[in-house]
Design a protein around this ligand. Sequence first.
Ligand code: NAD
Ligand code: UDP
Length: 312
Amino acid sequence: MNRILVTGGAGFLGSHLCDRLIKDGHDVLCLDNFFTGSKQNIAHLIGKPNFELMRHDVTYPLSVEVDQIFNLACPASPIHYQLDPVQTTKTSVHGAINMLDLALRLKARVFQASTSEVYGDPEQHPQQESYWGRVNPIGPRSCYDEGKRCAETLYFDYHRQYNLDIKVVRIFNTYGPRMHPNDGRVVSNFIVQALKGEDITMYGTGSQTRSFCYVDDLIEGFVRMMATEKGVTGPINLGNPGEFTMLELAEKIIQLTGSKSKLVFMPLPTDDPKQRQPDITLAKENLGWQPKVNLEDGLKETIAYFKKLLAV
Ligand code: NAD
Ligand code: UDP
């Protein structure tokens, strides 16, 4: 049993991670400033003897006693991270420094939730970890992309300089229950629109691609990465290599919800990557991990969640 800090623990991924760690018998300290997360996501854990909730902003230093740290705090959807871009960069960069300093003092293992956005709008397809990326440093997505890139730099410098035990994963688009209904990400947007019978907002032509990983698969990858021996630092891609156009995604969601919603085409956001697909060779080799849930099954679970949430 470990004492484990999960920053961003009341968010979409963080709350699923807390569930898993509690189930595995660990003592979990869930930390969040509730910018995009909600108490609702972890309400079922409150009152359990091995679960604690703490309101804190990772941009400020923290002093707690734990054995391991999962650093997930950071808004992940473009709408949310662009609301206060300065705070987004601070969350990634100051948040990383604060968690790394904490890990250093505690001699704790520390895990960083990085992102496929470090590859930007990639020229390499599928993306391997050795690819350095193509990121605009001054665009509206840069607060997130460059913040996460700088966080990775900090992790590897703390590792090289102080021999800190780091684990860095690059997460590709992940979906599932507890996504925020208004966070603007494509899976939640399309499902909510389909269930409400509203127009489905297709940005651009819908020919851009993404690869969608179901949340349970991703969390399994997190746990396996954290359990690797000290030399395994990453970065390691975690995602589902199944690649779909946004048109294909919309069609699937319309079919699974039985919706009569129609597509409306809207302008493509600035710097929107054209394609994204993880190369997960490293995850297979190092973690013995690969996703198990196909898009249709994952969407069914997610649709059931939103149906209940929206009571439609
Ligand atoms: P989310 O927005 O649901 O969760 C982020 C959590 O961090 C929220 O609970 C939020 O309140 C909290 N938070 C934000 N700023 C904070 C701060 N300064 N101090 C403390 N807490 C703060 O997003 P998510 O999808 O669960 O993403 C979790 C992590 O995974 C993020 O770091 C994100 O960048 C990364 N990630 C997610 C995806 C994905 O597809 N979901 C893809 C790539 C990377
Ligand atoms: N997208 C869309 N309609 C929406 C929301 C998103 O067509 O209502 C597109 C978006 O332009 C992008 C893709 O879906 O090409 C994935 O967007 P998301 O914000 O979910 O993830 P990211 O762009 O960060 O990978």
